[in-house]
Every structure is written in C-alpha cells, then in structure tokens.
Design a protein around this ligand. Structure first.
Ligand code: URA
Length: 226
C-alpha cells in the first residue's frame, strides 16, 4: 500500500476491520502535582500553625471556610488523629465538635482525659466537600503538617480513630477490624487503632471493642510514664 495516500490507506484498513492506532499529538498525562509539603520539619508550633492557615497546596483551600489545625495540649501524652474536618468543624475551626466529637469526648473521659489534656488533629486540615474521603494527593500535601505536629507534641501514644486515619498512618489498606486491638508504631511512637466515633454512633454494639482499644492505649501510656 506504499503508493496510497494516508486517507486511502486508512479507508482500506477500516474496510478490513483493522483498528488503526494513531500516536497522540501530545502525551495525555495529568499535570504534575505540586511537590509535597516541604520545609515543615523545621517550623515551631506557631510557624506551623500559620503555615497551615495560609496553605493552598491542594484544591480544598478553595472550598474551606477555615483550616482546622487541631486542638488541645501541644505537650500532650495522648494524640488523637481522625480523618478530616466535617461541616461543623469547618465552621468552627476545631476538630471533632459535632455529634462524633461529643462521643470522642466521652471516650476520653472514660480514660480520665479531657479534651484540653490531649491533642486532637486530623489527617487533613481542610474539609473535603460533601464529606467525601480524602484523596491521595490531598493526604500527600497535608502529611508533613501532621508529621511536624507529631514531632513537636512527642506523644506517648497515638490513637488513630477510623479507617482513613489508621490506613494512612500505617500505610496499609487493612480494615480497622484487623488493625485494632493491638499495638502498632509510627516511628518511635506507639499507635493504637480504634473505631471512629461516627461509626460507633451507628454501631453502638462495637463500643465494647473501642473500650478494649482505649484500655490497651492506656496501658501503653502507663508503661511509658510510669
Ligand atoms: N471526623 C473526623 O475524623 N474529624 C473531625 O474533626 C470531625 C469528624
């Protein structure tokens, strides 16, 4: 078919039922992501806070009312890590202030801790619209903020509440049911996984297991400070 025009060649191939694979004029790849958050590892608490407040590293900054840095004692023994702010948290700028937050407060009270004693943060500092799951690139952009918070707080225990926190912190896709009930670690810091309080509101029969997890965490803290 060497003397054929390109148009004729394509018409023949088409008539023979042969699919023609054409090179794309430009490679169809996603634009590169902005480099992951960097530089946070040298920031002090106040610098980190203002860095988070002005963050525009992912698209969530466009829809947020405000960032939700975290709340509590920056020298806490207990660090509680959840998923991401919801609507109420986005409005108030504080994590876990909705119904799930009330249950988290009760869980903390059961182990002798008040909200002001522990430090509560989330995997994401901004609310994903319609409470959808955090996206990989959002978690990636936000991760160094949380890592810096953990490095500055130096907790004796991290309590990861819910699937998103547990899976992202431990780098696994195992379900919470398999991760809970035992000690993990994040670098040097012991970590215990438990159910998210929002899940416990829907499945109160699982509260007993959450209590077991809290007891494991409490034993670890007692060993660390005792
Ligand atoms: N759920 C979370 O995981 N974090 C919050 O701050 C609120 C609800």
């Amino acid at each position: 078919m060497s003397n054929l025009t390109e148009q004729q060649r394509r018409a023949y191939l088409d008539a023979m039922g042969i699919d023609l694979w054409l090179p794309r004029s430009a490679p169809d790849i996603d634009p590169p992501l902005e480099a992951p958050a960097s530089g946070a590892e040298s920031l002090d608490w106040d610098e980190l806070k203002s860095c988070v407040e002005s963050c525009t590293r992912c698209e969530l900054h466009q829809s947020r009312t405000q960032t939700v840095f975290g709340v509590g004692n920056p020298d806490a023994s207990w660090m509680i890590i959840g998923e991401a702010p919801g609507a109420e948290e986005d409005r108030r700028g504080e994590p876990f202030v909705g119904r799930a937050g009330k249950l988290l407060d009760e869980m903390l009270r059961a182990i002798g801790q008040a909200r002001a004693d522990v430090f509560i943060a989330n995997i994401l500092k901004c609310r994903p619209p319609n409470n959808r799951d955090p996206r990989v690139e959002e978690v990636g952009q936000c991760r160094q903020y949380l890592e810096r918070q953990i490095a500055l707080v130096k907790p004796s225990i991290i309590l990861a509440v819910g699937r998103i926190a547990a899976q992202n912190l431990l780098g696994t896709d195992s379900p919470v049911g398999r991760l809970r009930g035992r000690r993990h670690s994040l670098g040097e810091v012991p970590l215990v996984v438990t159910y998210h309080p929002a899940y416990l509101l829907r499945s109160p029969s699982q509260k007993r297991k959450a209590w077991e997890d809290l007891s494991i965490a409490r034993t670890i803290v007692a060993g660390a400070v005792g």
